[in-house]
Design a protein around this ligand. Structure first.
Ligand SMILES: O=C(O)CCC(=O)C(=O)O
Length: 326
């Protein structure tokens, strides 16, 4: 049977997922090595940030409308609340909800940065976002306590190659609103990604000398890149602004997804058939993983120059929102 010349699957099969390697400059990489994170400015324009922020606000409203009595139980095209409080909406799994949010998950530069830290091609393990404002009961009379945590332990999560640190669970967190000192930017215990001395003890020591706690203060469109071995938390939001952030987490392609981690595993968290059909061939390993444990290691040296090229996003196959929900 002949394939029609305008069949999108024919063009799709020829498209490669091209992304930068290495994606960080030597200076950015040294910052990452020593502090356990790097903030890369100007990755997204103000317009791109605003579109993603608006999509998150729309999703919050849609999820509440879907289940007004118990918003936590609402679901819209696979998207769910992880937390839903008046001052904090934490939403996850919104791949099929909005194409601007979806584009973040497979943005060539974001994936390139994460893959550099993984040391191999990536599988997307989380896609989520937060809209948060000052808690009503915030006590400003004492120094803040943070909800510090990590997502993987140093022994299992880390390795080095060419003298550089790598982790199997990496996050790219982009602030969609400007973050001044009072706007609740992420806080981290600098250098803790390489310090297997006990998380509780390190946190206690950091509270003794708070200069060890670094906070993200950056214009909208900046990317905080960090491994989940780094002790980190949401910062204290003292201003009147609402903070908006979007986060993609990446792991080697043999790992499974982390999404919906706070829920009982009573439903299948895999993508809907309608969404899966839309995934372009070149992005299938990123979204679905690889069939074998072929990690395909790829490592930079510190002196390798950053790949300065801008790579185009891979176009998605057509599909209607109704199809995606199925
Ligand atoms: O809200 C933040 O700034 C940090 C988010 C976070 O802790 C996480 O994604 O693990």
């Amino acid at each position: 049977m002949k394939t029609p010349p305008d069949d999108p699957s024919v063009a799709d099969a020829k498209i490669e997922f091209r992304r930068p390697f290495p994606a960080l400059t030597g200076a950015e990489r040294i910052h990452f090595e020593t502090c356990g994170y790097v903030v890369v400015p100007d990755v997204f324009s103000r317009d791109e940030c605003e579109r993603m922020r608006e999509a998150l606000c729309r999703l919050r409203a849609d999820l509440i409308a879907a289940s007004p009595a118990e918003p936590q139980r609402g679901s819209v095209r696979g998207a769910v609340f992880e937390h839903c409080m008046p001052h904090h909406a934490f939403m996850a799994n919104f791949h099929a909800y909005d194409d601007d949010l979806l584009s973040y998950a497979c943005h060539p530069r974001i994936v390139g940065m994460c893959e550099e830290i993984l040391g191999c091609p990536s599988r997307l393990t989380e896609l989520n976002g937060h809209l948060n404002s000052r808690p009503p009961d915030l006590d400003l009379s004492k120094p803040p306590d943070f909800g510090f945590h990590t997502g993987v332990d140093i022994a299992f999560g880390s390795h080095t190659h060419n003298g550089l640190y790598h982790c199997n669970f990496v996050k790219a967190l982009t602030n969609l609103t400007d973050l001044g000192p009072d706007d609740g930017g992420t806080v981290v215990v600098a250098g803790s990604h390489k310090l297997p001395a006990g998380e509780k003890e390190i946190i206690a020591a950091a509270y003794e000398d708070r200069s060890l706690i670094h906070q993200v203060i950056a214009p909208a469109g900046s990317v905080l890149l960090f491994p989940e071995t780094l002790i980190h938390a949401t910062g204290q939001l003292r201003s009147d602004k609402e903070r908006a952030i979007i986060i993609a987490a990446h792991s080697p392609r043999l790992y499974q997804r982390w999404d919906r981690y706070s829920h009982e595993p009573t439903s299948d968290p895999s993508y809907s058939p309608g969404f899966t059909q839309r995934i372009p061939t070149a992005l299938r390993p990123l979204f679905l993983g690889a069939p074998h444990w072929d990690r395909q290691p790829r490592y930079r040296t510190l002196s390798a120059p950053r790949d300065e090229k801008t790579y185009a996003a891979v176009p998605w196959l057509p599909g209607s929102p109704e199809d995606q929900a199925t």
